[in-house]
Design a protein around this ligand. Sequence first.
Ligand code: ATP
Length: 385
Amino acid sequence: MEYLIVSNTRKHVEMAVPRKRGDRESHMQYRIGVMEGDDIGLEIVPRTVTIMEAAIAREPGLDVAFQRFPVGWTSYLEHGHTLPQTTLDGLEEMHGFVLGPIGHAAYPKKPECVNPHPIIRRQFDLFANLRPTKSHPSLPMLHQGVDLLIVRENNEGFQPDRNMMAGCGEFQPNEHNAFSVRVISRQKSGRIARIAFEAARQRDGKRLVTAIHKRTVFELTDGLFMDTVENVANDYPDITLDDHHVDTFAMHLVMSPQRFDVVLCTNLFGDILSDQAAGLVGGLGMAPGLNAGDTKAMAQATHGSAPDIAGRGIANPYAMIMSCKMLLEWLGAKHGEERLISAARRIEAAVERVIAEGKHLTSDLGGGSGTEEMSAAVVAECNEI
Ligand code: ATP
């Protein structure tokens, strides 16, 4: 395995093409682009790559190359842009990416200081944001027995930085009025609904999709969303479709999250509800996420760059580690590569052991360890399992 540092010059990586599938001689190299991001990203992302390397090394013949791409504030300082074109070009050549948290709120207001993740999500059409929430019996949490997956549409809705073909979905015609436009399309509602129903089929859960809306108020947009979801549900007679108004769902999520399985949301509702769900099981450090499209996927934790704790070595790496576990799983399913799925399972089992043992946990989980010790404990378990 290699972990290349890519400078701001265009680097050509030849596409590896598998020869005959199943042939023992066939060889495929999977390429994962790594963008560390800002603040705690610089601490948790390199450690997560080490964990992936440890798990991958246990799979004979599995070839994964990690390639680093500049992004964020360090990229601005070095290359004059928070998302250089060379990074976007290089990502084209990758099968999947890892993106650390981005501290864009602190960037100066300059055209070179863009928020990279909406641009990457849109450029690669990473339309499905998958955010699981799971409780752990050994950790103090508001709820036990929680195991749900929020499936959030990623590229339209209220998010003004990605919901228009050109320009911005938020504008201010005069001093006294400002507007946000919410875009809901049949096409994007349909494809995210399919992801939710497929996930409900694959999960070992309740085979239930709960769709979130406020169609009594947003009659046209949420009406179109729900009509589309109900149509898609006809293709999944083995999965139950339930639906809730977003406000009552927010209450049920706090009171009885155990009753949900897959939760299907438009963009902004999903963003808010997934942070709320994280709060039920230990906070944002426990909230992984994957942004998936038809051809590529990007691991990205739900949390931000946590500037309040950056540089202190205390960030919880769980969310980033489990996001990368989801990426390996997705790549394995996409490319029919069992060893990637096996590496993902090893990471999950290693993390579960570290949590159950409780000796190497970060302070947000009630432990006395730092990012480095918790990550090293996961590596040690990966080597052992
Ligand atoms: P964004 O809007 O970019 O998602 P945010 O405003 O939601 O970011 P975060 O950066 O996610 O804010 O931080 C919110 C709180 O959660 C902070 O107190 C931060 O320290 C804490 N936090 C976030 N991630 C972690 C982590 N991995 N480990 C420990 N604490 C974290």
